[in-house]
Design a binder for this molecule. Structure first.
Ligand code: AMX
Length: 423
């Protein structure tokens, strides 16, 4: 590509873009997924409904057990993002087994998490735990010992990536039980899938609907092209040859911002504040007034809007269908569905808002809350687990392609002024 088209011009940049968060500038290369403003995310060319149908599920399909009734396994999405091919049931079983074996974490790390201040947000705890675990990076160790050659960077990036992903359920569950429960860990159980292990160690084993929700959640949040804050942050750090632990710490701190992954906890807080005053049985007018008060006081309506999407996010629609299937008569889910009908119409009347539609964070919190995970500060940790799959499969390919350090240029206001005063 570089030899053939390397000096071809791809487009122009306006001042609004340069001063406006680089919106719409296509200057990153990212193969794992793309995002269309209307159709949403495509994982290696497969849409959300397609991955729901085509990725392997927990139970092997049989004539009586129509497999698309179950949620896909995130292990399968990992295979798809990494190889570009749909995995077989057997291939996913192998990944499940490997992650289960590699996922054991040291007592040292558990003790480190237990010593953290409980006032910390769970995302801060997660970032610190991964930074602590950086000392186990094979890539960093071999690089430090001058034993790596550019051509095998990707192999040790892959090894670290799989180790890190495999450990996440146990790290996350330890954080959950330390911060919100009695602090006692629940022992790991052999043979569970990635989401199943997480649910088991958090204390939710046997709650099948929640387990299915977690499988859906951990699959659909994995990737959203290369420009999102978390993905781009990990990509940037990786371009300086940071190992996967450094990259993911950066991704998690990016995800922890309220405009990005923290929005899922903000949505729930926002709804609960409304419910405290009005209850669940409300008029459309009351919802509209709540939106007005929020926006006119200079705050955001969390769970709505997107930098790229211009229709309801297909990931939101997936969770909406899940809610309809399992919790149709639940009062919070009914209220949320009423809100997703009323709020876009209200937000559309604010001329500055480009996209009034529900995004991925709009629905997830209400489902998690109703199925038992009520500590909403934990929701972004779940997002982080899933996003690790996208960021790390990308990192392996960046190393395989030998992509260079990322280094765009910036300029001061005087530069921009001079540019146009002289033209
Ligand atoms: N509520 C109130 N105001 C909103 C809004 C919302 N949901 N969405 C956008 N706006 C405002 C912006 O703050 C901005 O205000 P300004 O003119 O005073 O600067 C204006 O509308 C234009 O913004 P935009 O071009 O429509 O969106 P953007 O690309 O700048 O931002 C996003 C996109 C997601 C950050 C924004 O829609 C938002 O803050 N939404 C609420 C938070 C949220 O749900 N974030 C999660 C996004 C999904 C994810 O990454 N996990």
């Amino acid at each position: 590509m570089k030899k053939k088209y390397g000096d071809r011009v791809m487009g122009e940049i306006t001042v609004n873009q340069a001063l406006g968060g680089m919106r719409g500038i296509r200057a990153l290369f990212y193969d794992q997924s793309t995002v269309d403003p209307i159709d949403g995310v495509m994982f290696r060319g497969y849409s959300i409904p397609e991955i729901h149908e085509l990725l392997p599920k927990l139970r092997k399909p049989s004539a009586e057990d129509f497999q698309s009734d179950q949620q896909p396994l995130p292990e399968g999405l990992f295979f798809l993002l990494l190889t570009g091919e749909l995995p077989s049931y057997h291939q996913v079983e192998l990944i499940r087994h490997e992650w289960d074996v590699r996922g054991k974490v040291s007592d040292e790390l558990i003790n480190f998490i237990h010593r953290l201040d409980n006032k910390m947000h769970p995302m801060t705890m997660l970032s610190l735990a991964i930074l602590y675990e950086q000392k186990t990076s094979k890539f960093a160790q071999l690089y430090n010992e001058s034993k790596l050659n550019k051509s095998n960077y990707w192999e040790y990036t892959y090894e670290d990536s799989v180790d890190l992903i495999a450990k996440l359920p146990r790290i996350a569950a330890t954080i959950y039980r330390k911060k919100f429960k009695d602090g006692k860990s629940i022992a790991h159980k052999d043979g569970l899938d990635w989401s199943g292990q997480l649910a088991h160690m958090m204390g939710f084993e046997g709650q099948e609907t929640l387990n299915e929700l977690l499988r859906a959640f951990l699959t659909i949040h994995a990737d959203h092209e290369g420009g999102e804050v978390s993905t781009h942050a990990s990509h940037l750090v990786g371009s300086a040859l940071g190992d996967p632990y450094l990259c993911m710490t950066t991704a998690y701190t990016g995800l922890a911002g309220p405009l990005h992954g923290l929005a899922n906890q903000e949505v729930l807080k926002w709804i609960l504040n409304f419910v405290e005053v009005h209850g669940y049985d409300v008029t459309n007018r009351q919802i509209e007034d709540y939106v007005n008060t929020t926006v006119l006081s200079g705050r955001l309506v969390p769970g709505y809007g997107h930098a790229v999407l211009r229709r309801p996010d297909p990931r939101f629609l997936h969770l909406y269908d899940f809610g309809n299937k399992y919790l149709r008569d639940n009062e919070m889910i009914r209220l949320l569905h009423q809100m997703t009908d009323v709020i876009p119409r209200r937000l559309r009347t604010f001329k500055n808002i480009s996209s009034p539609y529900p995004n991925v964070d709009c629905h997830s919190g209400a489902l998690l809350y109703q199925l038992g995970i009520q500590e909403y500060q934990f929701y972004t940790v779940l997002f982080a687990l899933s996003r690790s799959i996208g960021c790390l499969t990308n990192l392996v390919w960046c190393r395989a392609f030998g992509l260079p350090i990322e280094r765009p240029e910036s300029a001061d206001l005087a530069y921009y002024n001079n540019l146009f005063q002289n033209n």
